[in-house]
Design a protein around this ligand. Structure first.
Ligand SMILES: [Zn+2]
Length: 1009
């Protein structure tokens, strides 16, 4: 009943709005957004639009009709109904088929293939514009290219103005990167049709003035899966349908966090399209917020590296978008909200970081094409200063409503953009020019990566990311030095002084770089993205934004564990250098001898080599040594009596350097084996593990991929596997969820498998008859037995918490933080036990990615709760005679000296007290105690990049722990060492554990202090 009242109200509002906008001019000199009375209308299609729109004000004069065409097919030819019709969700293939029909029928549409996905599906971009514009695409691109790179016109503003007057700008729209947000493809099919055929002045102006470029489906693999699921749902209307556990091959929602690392095909393909077309706008379509949140304006803090011109463009374009749609009477349209614009990881940010304009819509989707009653939360329907006409608390909502909002928003944006295109084009040029001017303005002048970097393969990987981002990279042809700004001295903890003394040398005021050093000049058009990735991020704990939308720190040099120097000294730009194209670390074998040594610098490529030469025996040196004029570190790989040719080939391909030695070094060694790996996922979430899977695939580490359900069914895990990797699950999956799964006491099975309705579901991942059951208690027992019998289990963040919560390891516990707020930040860590194989190749300091823990604590007594150190310890004596430092006395007896209190550091085991030793069956013997390999840095050195508030809760606590259990080990990470392709510097911690799975006790010291 209540709902009827709401809809009746809505109807009354809309009637007034339509009258108002058709009777008056839209703005000074602008064409009103309305159908031309002369425009022929497709009556049948229009009637269906009306039928599927659930309230009269959920549409606009721009989309409430469909223009008729004699020769151009409407979306109905492919869909069998109109765009947004209930029950209809096209596969990417159908969307492409339609776009290609358009291309055939009209010279105003051209379809371009822009690459393929991980699973081999095609991605396309559809250009819609006047025939004349499309004929001149190449000439136009050449002119746009000059604006994009002002160096080509000597940064001559007058020349730029001439170009601005001539060129047609490009507005790039991308749809459904998030697969459960299903509406964009049909909206974009119809949008392309409208732009191609409508002769109304409003639409014609867009067509003649702008090239609209459309990628209707960004996540193509995920699109086919969600359409499958929707078909399954239609075939089983009374049953619950399986949630979309896999989107793309590797990640789900995080596919929109890849614009920094560019590890996914979809990011690379969109980035290439955006930059190669020299587009001005990248507008990405999402669905989660009612009814249209143009989060372009969003909220602070804004990314520090964007040009303020862009912030102004966001304001202009966002405000106008809301204004236009408000005048149509469409409720729930707003542009300010709680999305902060700090992280450059979003797909749309490709534009922000390449001198364009990033935009993003959240419209309201039902996750499928059912028309449904939707009830909102109070904060969603509240009228606020930035949302004067909020959505309704409750309404019937259809996919067509969603398509109406998407198309109306896009058409008004396109029109406004066209009206002001000379300004936006000039801004495009100015932003590029100001990027080139960086060395002379805010700086820096360059970033330098030294030519003698010991982690050459990681350095190359970092430079390859920048190359994908279209950043120009040069290489110095001779050595040079640069002046460095004096570094402010950091006061470090007294406690830590003994460890940190050697870092306290006064900072030199200049720095030498050898020939071959890489220079990333900041006087180039895409300096902005290089600067944003390589610089440090500071998020103030006092920032008014209390809920960061995503990661707050990402400094790539730190996370790749390679040296990057920010150089403000402009002299660096006159160093002799040459541009480099493809960047690859130089590998191969040198020297003579039958023993080959490959230094260990914690490069993932060592694991590639291990698995590539699977049958070759390899050993790790347990101590460092000098040979052939080289200092070899602990963990150096030794290969004896092998085929030099095969090693030569493998090391050159991988960029690793092998040195042939006449004799083997006189150090203890152990075998480094190609471990057999079981890689475990849950049916709860697969995204966080997906980043690990991608890393393993890229490095070439093979594994058997299985669910907790499947693992639980393997009788003898030790017979098949050496290592079980259980990567993080995400969303803080609890022990109960991992073991029990989702209850099967009610509901129906949720299958994830290929059926006639779901032919695309499984891909190359995994399948099950019912996603609900978890590991199970028997599975858990098998997992424990695997470790007891000598296997290695690797866990991180929430799976570490899981392993510890069920008591799989003694002497270490995990707790969730209390007040600490570390939101996806880069933290300092310190090596505690460098003799452990897990630490091979690492120095004393390493930067790690942390997202609020968990906080590990050690205890020497089995079953005791973890010790916590929050704040200052108490150092008082009881009330009595004398002063605070003066001993008390007891009248009538001689004084007795109290035994010295034993102390330990946070990352060390607390001393066992004499009283605890009495009948101390719970005291954990030294040999059974976990070994702390890395710990978090002290409070003052904890924050490297991002928001670190209340870091004292985790400072100095263990970050990576190797716990012996029976004959085996559990290696527990508090950090996430493998994340979004960004943390490549910590990959080797995991890979070291894997390769040394049966020698993890190497270097272990069991003597008490
Ligand atoms: Zn989304």
């Amino acid at each position: 009943m209540r709902n009827h009242g709401v809809r009746g109200f809505a109807f009354a509002v809309m009637a007034t709005a339509v009258l108002a906008c058709s009777a008056t001019a839209w703005a000074d000199g602008e064409t009103a957004p309305a159908r031309d009375p002369k425009q022929a209308v497709d009556e049948a299609y229009t009637a269906k639009i009306k039928k599927y729109t659930t309230a009269p004000n959920f549409t606009s004069p721009l989309v409430e009709y469909l223009p008729a065409s004699k020769n151009v097919p409407t979306p109905e030819v492919v869909l069998g109904d109109v765009s947004g019709a209930p029950g209809i969700l096209p596969y990417a293939e159908d969307v492409y088929k339609y776009m290609r029909l358009l291309e055939k029928a009209t010279p105003r549409v051209k379809v371009f293939s822009i690459g393929t996905t991980e699973e081999g599906r095609e991605m396309i971009a559809v250009a819609v514009s006047s025939e004349e514009n499309l004929k001149q695409l190449e000439e136009n691109r050449a002119r746009l290219g000059k604006l994009a790179d002002p160096r080509t016109i000597k940064q001559d503003d007058a020349e730029a103005d001439k170009l601005v007057a001539q060129v047609t700008p490009i507005y790039y729209i991308t749809g459904t990167i998030h697969s459960p947000e299903t509406g964009a493809p049909t909206a974009l099919m119809e949008l392309a049709y409208r732009l191609a055929v409508d002769e109304s002045p409003y639409i014609k102006e867009i067509r003649d003035g702008v090239i609209t470029l459309i990628t209707p489906v960004v996540e193509v693999d995920g699109r086919d899966r969600i359409v499958d699921l929707y078909k399954w749902h239609l075939a089983h209307p009374k049953e619950f349908f399986p949630p979309l556990i896999y989107w793309g091959k590797y990640v789900a929602h995080d596919n929109n966090r890849d614009a920094m690392g560019v590890t996914l095909k979809l990011t690379e393909n969109v980035l290439n399209t955006y930059v190669d077309w020299k587009a001005q706008v990248l507008h990405d379509l999402h669905e989660s917020v009612p009814y249209l949140y143009d989060n372009t304006v969003g909220d602070g803090p804004y990314n520090a590296w964007i040009d303020p011109i862009l912030a102004d463009e966001w304001q202009m374009i966002g405000a106008r978008n809301v204004a236009d749609m408000t005048k149509f009477g469409m409720p729930g349209v707003f542009t300010h909200g709680d999305f902060d614009t700090w992280s450059p990881g979003y797909l749309m940010f490709i534009a922000a970081m390449h001198n364009g304009i990033s935009r993003l819509y959240e419209t309201f989707g039902n996750g499928g094409a059912d028309t449904e009653e939707r009830t909102l939360q109070p904060e969603e329907y509240a009228r606020t200063w930035y949302r004067q006409n909020p959505p309704y608390p409750k309404t019937l909502w259809s996919q067509r409503d969603n398509n109406n909002y998407e198309q109306t928003g896009l058409l008004t944006s396109l029109h406004y953009f066209n009206e002001n295109k000379r300004m936006f084009l000039k801004n495009f040029y100015l932003k590029a020019k100001r990027s080139i001017g960086k060395p002379g303005t805010e700086g820096p002048a360059a970033y330098v990566l030294p030519g003698d970097e010991p982690r050459a393969t990681l350095q190359a990987e970092l430079l390859q990311v920048l190359t994908k981002q279209k950043v120009e990279i040069s290489r110095a042809t001779s050595s040079f030095s640069v002046a460095l700004p004096a570094k402010k001295e950091k006061k470090s903890d007294k406690k830590d002084a003994k460890n940190e003394d050697k870092d306290k040398k006064p900072e030199p005021t200049s720095k030498e770089f050898p020939a071959g050093s890489y220079i990333i000049r900041m006087d180039q058009p895409y300096s902005r993205i290089a600067d944003a990735l390589l610089d440090h991020q500071y998020w103030s704990p006092d920032d008014p934004q209390k809920t960061p939308y995503d990661d707050t720190g990402w400094t790539f040099g730190d996370l790749f564990n390679v040296q990057v120097t920010r150089v403000t000294d402009a002299k660096v730009l006159s160093v002799a250098m040459e541009r480099v194209g493809e960047i690859k670390a130089k590998g191969g074998v040198k020297g003579d001898g039958a023993v080959f040594a490959i230094n260990n610098n914690a490069e993932p490529a060592l694991a590639s080599l291990r698995y590539k030469l699977r049958d070759t025996a390899m050993e790790a040196a347990e101590e460092g040594f000098d040979a052939a004029g080289t200092k070899f570190q602990r963990g150096t790989i030794l290969v004896r009596n092998t085929d030099r040719g095969a090693l030569e080939q493998a090391t050159s391909n991988l960029g690793l350097r092998a040195v042939a030695l006449a004799t083997a070094p006189n150090v203890k060694t152990h075998a480094v084996k190609a471990a057999r790996i079981a890689y475990v996922h849950t049916w709860l979430f697969t995204q966080t593990e997906g980043w690990w899977r991608m890393a393993f695939d890229n490095i070439g580490v093979p594994y058997d991929y299985m669910s907790t359900q499947a693992l639980g069914k393997i009788e003898d895990l030790n017979a098949k596997y050496d290592v079980i990797v259980f990567p993080p699950i995400g969303f803080s999956a609890s022990t109960s969820l991992i073991v029990n799964g989702i209850s099967t006491a009610w509901g129906n099975p949720l299958p994830w498998k290929n059926t006639p309705e779901t032919p695309n579901l499984v891909g190359k991942n995994d399948s099950t008859d019912d996603m609900r059951p978890g590991l199970g208690w028997e599975g858990l027992a098998k997992l424990q037995k695997f470790v007891q019998n000598g296997g290695l289990l690797i866990t991180a963040t929430d799976t570490s918490q899981f392993a510890l919560s069920i008591g799989m390891a003694e002497g270490v516990s995990a707790a969730r933080s209390e007040k600490m707020k570390i939101v996806g930040a880069v933290l300092g860590a310190r090596a505690v036990d460098s003799a452990s194989p897990i630490a091979y190749g690492y120095g004393e300091k390493v930067s790690v990615y942390c997202d609020n823990g968990p906080v590990f604590s050690l205890n020497s007594i089995a079953g005791a709760r973890g010790r916590r150190r929050l704040g200052e310890e108490m150092h008082t004596r009881p009330t009595g005679r004398g002063s605070a430092d003066d001993p008390d006395f007891v009248v009538g007896r001689t004084s007795v000296e109290a035994p010295e209190e034993q102390k330990s550091e946070v990352w060390e085991f607390p001393p066992v007290l004499d009283e605890q030793r009495r009948n101390g069956f719970r005291v954990i013997p030294l040999a059974n105690r976990p070994r702390v390999i890395f710990r978090y840095a002290d409070s003052k050195e904890l924050a490297i990049s991002g928001l670190v508030e209340g870091g004292g809760e985790i400072a100095q606590h263990p970050a990576v722990v190797d716990a012996p259990v029976g004959k085996g080990h559990i290696v527990l990470f508090s950090i996430n060492p493998v994340y979004r392709g960004e943390t490549r510097g910590t990959y080797a911690m995991v890979l070291n554990a894997i390769m040394n799975f049966d020698s993890l006790n190497a270097g272990r010291k069991d003597s008490e202090k």
